[in-house]
Design a protein around this ligand. Sequence first.
Ligand code: FES
Length: 495
Amino acid sequence: MAQWVTIWRAAQLVQVPRGTLQERVRKGEIELSEGLVSTERLLELYPNLRLEASGMLERVTQIRDEAFGRRVRERILPSQEVLAQRLFRQSQELADTQRHLQRYHALVIAQRDRLREFNTQAGGDDARLLALERQLTDGLARVLATEPVDVLDVMDDILKVMSAQVTLRPSGHQFSVEGHDTLLQAGLRAGLNLNYGCGNGSCGMCKMRVIDGQVTRVMAFDYPLSEAEKQQGYTLMCAHTAASSEITLETLEAAGPADIAAQQIVTTIRAVRELAPDTRLLHLQTPRSHRLRFLAGQSVTLGRIGTAATAGDDVRATYPIASCPCDDRNLHFFIAREPENALSRQVFDATLKAGDAVNLWGPVGEFVLADSVHPLVFAACDTGFAPIKSLIEHALSLDSAPSLSLFWLATRKDGHFQANQCRAWSEALDPFEYALFTDSDAAAGARQVAAAMRADLFDIACDFYLAGPEAFVTELASALRSAGVPAAQIAAGVV
Ligand code: FES
């Protein structure tokens, strides 16, 4: 018998991006009933699906392999306590279902026996009673017959224990909680713009209300919830994980940059790494108790903490963040060699080095992903790749775009200093394609990129994200508009 599962769970079961299933829903290949997909339809569309092929058994058996050790166990499975709670609740559901089935079975047998009795009392030849009795006997035989196991049901049952599914109200967003993640960590990993602050249970900004299901505390917290809040089911996302396999929570999510408060954080340099002769990767880390809440594509201002040697120097500069908001402690920046920029000078002459403190203010900027189901097209010029990389990583976490394309123009001699990253995305992800361009003139390069896009993208309703120097962004945006792309589908960030 068909089961009904959410799109989120369906994508996990058949191992395809959620965007792919949503696309099939739009094309009418999958019908939804109250937002749910039937497992029967999924098996029709993916007939070769086998438990072994899904990689799920492999993931479970990996746990037995000592070489993967604790790291694999932690990534895949929740703690023993959480696992025990989920198994307990699943066993309760199974026991309930079994009890109901036994009662229904006893009821049907009793009705059949009564029919026999009536028929005997009536002389044993009432055709209607005989037909009814036969119908019950045949029906029972059909119900009790052993049928082949539905592979999706088995996989769904395993997934329910390994990873819980969370639905948020009022947005309807969904995500799964794996391993030792808290609800907050899992939500951020899924690319959601959840409301939070400290991440360690002291500010109360991640407060949520449990509407359905059970959560369990995985960390002590200081934030004082009132008795009334506790009664109404309020608690903290950063200190809890899911104890039931399905839970529904009510919580706040940022709708856009205006919902993200300005922050000031003293960070520490984890590393400065050469990506190319004139490009460095600056890796900053925030304190555990003070992470940066930002949206992919936004920028921050960095400033050197004053020392006797640097007092009076203006060492502030604004850079786009090149990493994903799903890792809010580790912030990456691409720093180009710019002799007139004091911060860049200090990065290149090693005045700024691992272990040094750097002040950070922000985030700022409106160059963020729109809520959309269109294919996404990204175009970057030089270090404009920084916000584009952040947006791509965020889009991959969200898993809702049917496809992602990247066009990267290099005008500097450093070229495509993260071409290996593009290759890695392309090899690992079906819906990701990229093309690299070189031209010493940003505007001429933009025209080259526009021509390449025109070849296969202009007739599709895509959302375009462009980042780089003004000449590149202006030229490309204008080419896109002249080709008929609506202005609302073009977002531009000057870097
Ligand atoms: S983020 Fe501060 S209490 Fe949860």
